[in-house]
Design a protein around this ligand. Sequence first.
Ligand SMILES: Cc1cc2nc3c(=O)[nH]c(=O)nc-3n(C[C@H](O)[C@H](O)[C@H](O)COP(=O)(O)OP(=O)(O)OC[C@H]3O[C@@H](n4cnc5c(N)ncnc54)[C@H](O)[C@@H]3O)c2cc1C
Length: 375
Amino acid sequence: MNQNVEVVVVGGGYGGVTAANSLAQQKGVSVTVVNPRPDFVERIRLHQFVTGSDDAVEGFGRVMGRNVRLVVDTVTLIDAAKRQVALAQGGTISYDYLVYAVGSGASAPDVPGAAEFAHSISDLEGAERLRSALDEAPDSAPVTVIGAGPTGLETAAELAEAGRKVTLVCGTVLGPSLHPRVRRPVSRRLAKLGVTVLQGPRTRVTEVTRDSVRLDDGRELPSSVTIWTAGFSIPDLAARSGLRTNAEGRLVTDTTLTYVDDERIIAAGDAGVMPDHPFRLSCQAATQLGPAAAATILRRIAGKKATPVRMFFGGQCLSLGRKGGVTQFSYPNDKVNALSISGRTGAGVKEIACVFTLNKLVSGARKATSRAVRA
Ligand SMILES: Cc1cc2nc3c(=O)[nH]c(=O)nc-3n(C[C@H](O)[C@H](O)[C@H](O)COP(=O)(O)OP(=O)(O)OC[C@H]3O[C@@H](n4cnc5c(N)ncnc54)[C@H](O)[C@@H]3O)c2cc1C
């Protein structure tokens, strides 16, 4: 490669960082990551941040190669025709290739009062506000977690183990993504922690107020701190920039993660979608998609045809407090099966998965840095 190729990665989460580290191992490629915060956020530990069992933050110096330039800012617009991005603090950065890795964030529930009174745990700032609200509320104050997907289950258990009085409102069923047989150990663990679980067709939330949550069946639950965990939303940067997105706002790509209308834009992580091969919004997918996005760019730079991404899933791990958890196994296509590990071993597997994920970033950073030293 004779000429230097400039790659801008928008978003320094799991997808963006793994893409940046893979790209930065290639001589002749300069990588800039734009991210609003100066530190990497381990989103998969944000429920632990809330109770203080982990700070969920790592310095980018540890997880990203030293030859990757970090710009602490927010991209406000992608100008695909000019191949440049505009920054919130002013100025632009030009690129030869762009990795779109803006991830996901808090959902915007259309239930009255939810946006105003319910907390979110899906990004660091939301988790910080939630932690302050919990600090102000006495331990005996009722806490309501709305949504019983993985984030809701983990949050409810973590708070209950920390001594909080928690009600988990499922809407329909507890753990919709869990295999029916795996729901049993999850329910047992929540019961042991003292979590009140409300499930069934009429447990949908119809209103949130400052100090209560109203359900479809007319019940009104007192709630000093309410946490909304049902669903994530996708940042609107692509849509705002006139790029083609699906109904959720995810950038539409082909199976090589290339944006369908411009081969210079490649997606990695939650913010992209391959319509014929949907994948779960997850860190598990993002850490596979980042290196795959880099591979697509490197093949294209080398004049080769990009190849379809191949993903492999082994299971889903849930922490249910620090002393319990459930690891549910899946087929490689992410479809769950009835096999699971629960109890302390389940919690141990989840912890190993978190440590393994971080180590993957750290080792990618080392490889990128050693390339920089050699070059
Ligand atoms: C509490 C919790 C627990 C979770 N547990 C698990 C789990 O156990 N297993 C699992 O697989 N998944 C889990 N997830 C989901 C997982 O965290 C996400 O799917 C994953 O973070 C997606 O990675 P990403 O790189 O696509 O996006 P993110 O990690 O969200 O990173 C995106 C980055 O882009 C930045 N950004 C956004 N807009 C801009 C912009 N305009 N300009 C510049 N930067 C921008 C964001 O600030 C962020 O830093 C959990 C999520 C939460 C909230």
